[in-house]
Write a protein that binds this ligand. Structure first.
Ligand SMILES: Cc1cc2nc3c(=O)[nH]c(=O)nc-3n(C[C@H](O)[C@H](O)[C@H](O)COP(=O)(O)OP(=O)(O)OC[C@H]3O[C@@H](n4cnc5c(N)ncnc54)[C@H](O)[C@@H]3O)c2cc1C
Length: 273
């Protein structure tokens, strides 16, 4: 459980992080909160030669208003999302879901950027970003570009972020009146979800139901054509391929997805204006 030897570099600015990435290429890994990367390094599933620590980039830790959006720096920790009054008022789904991640230690170290870039289909914030139709801002050597959350998660633990890019910001529309809910079924309080569901208005996203976090398009289509939450939830497992493991079979997760989607849609309808 001891990582392989690596060289540690602390980035003092976004530009410095980018030039260290350009210099070390494939040999380097960015370190944010370390709560996904360090366990992989201890298991030697990730063996970077150079670790570029973003932890000092406090300029990437913020939650602020900009017109009809809330903009969140990539280094903002789960705890700060949970306790942001702006998010609680304008994007309550994100504040609430952040408060369900792991335990206080994880929430004080883990960052929204790390969670999204890690791209774990069992993590909560990727599904929340999908349900919120978030836009992710990447910065690379030739400037910044916007990536819709729906195009960000490309494969199992893979994203559309380039190897020479940093995720710098997450943008979400303010939606204080929108119905929302987050359902997470866990075996123990601090666990990752066996299955999770994020609902924002008519958008529904699933945690741990396939190789990537995903929108439940069948459910959304049913809602758009006037189906009730119970009817729409019957389509929750469409086009999914959940993991089939000893602790929870694929069939069990498909059943759970239907139950949780129904519950989430009913709660969201009760919350909506
Ligand atoms: C005990 C435990 C329980 C947990 N429970 C949950 C849970 O219930 N739900 C849940 O969703 N998550 C859970 N997590 C994961 C946690 O949320 C992590 O903090 C998060 O997934 C990764 O964020 P991080 O800042 O720690 O990223 P890191 O581990 O530092 O990095 C993760 C990956 O993202 C890359 N990266 C990080 N930041 C950037 C950036 N700005 N730009 C480009 N690349 C970047 C890194 O290079 C690395 O590949 C748990 C973790 C632990 C250890």
């Amino acid at each position: 459980m001891i990582p392989a030897a690596f060289t540690y570099k602390k980035a003092g600015s976004v530009d410095e992080a980018l030039s260290l990435l350009a210099e070390h290429g494939d040999d380097a890994k960015l370190l944010a909160g370390g709560h996904s990367l360090l366990p992989l390094m201890k298991l030697r599933l990730a063996v970077p030669e150079v670790l570029i620590d973003l932890g000092g980039l406090r300029e990437l830790s913020y939650v602020r208003e900009e017109g009809d959006e809330v903009r969140i720096g990539a280094l903002t920790r789960h705890h700060d999302l949970e306790h942001s009054e702006l998010l609680q008022q304008q994007v309550p789904l994100l504040a609430h879901a952040a408060g369900t991640i792991g335990d206080p230690q994880v929430r004080h170290r883990g960052t929204i950027g790390g969670s999204l870039v890690h791209g774990d289909p069992a993590s909560d914030l990727p599904a929340v970003a999908l349900a919120l139709d978030a836009v992710l801002v990447a910065q690379g050597p030739s400037g910044t570009r916007e990536i819709p959350a729906t195009e960000f998660f490309t494969d199992f633990f893979e994203t559309a972020l380039g190897e020479d890019e940093l995720l710098v910001e997450v943008r979400v529309k303010k939606a204080p009146q929108q119905g929302w809910d987050f359902q997470k079924f866990t075996k123990r309080a601090i666990d990752w979800a066996v299955v999770g569901v994020a609902v924002a208005g008519q958008r529904v996203a699933l945690v741990n139901m396939g190789p990537t976090p995903m929108r439940a398009r069948g459910v959304e289509e049913a809602l758009a054509s006037g189906a009730s939450p119970a009817e729409a939830a019957e389509r929750a497992a469409e086009d999914t391929s959940p993991p089939d493991q000893a602790g929870a079979s694929a069939e069990y997760r498909e059943h759970l997805a239907k139950v949780l989607v129904r519950r989430a849609l009913e709660n969201a309808a009760n919350r909506g204006a």
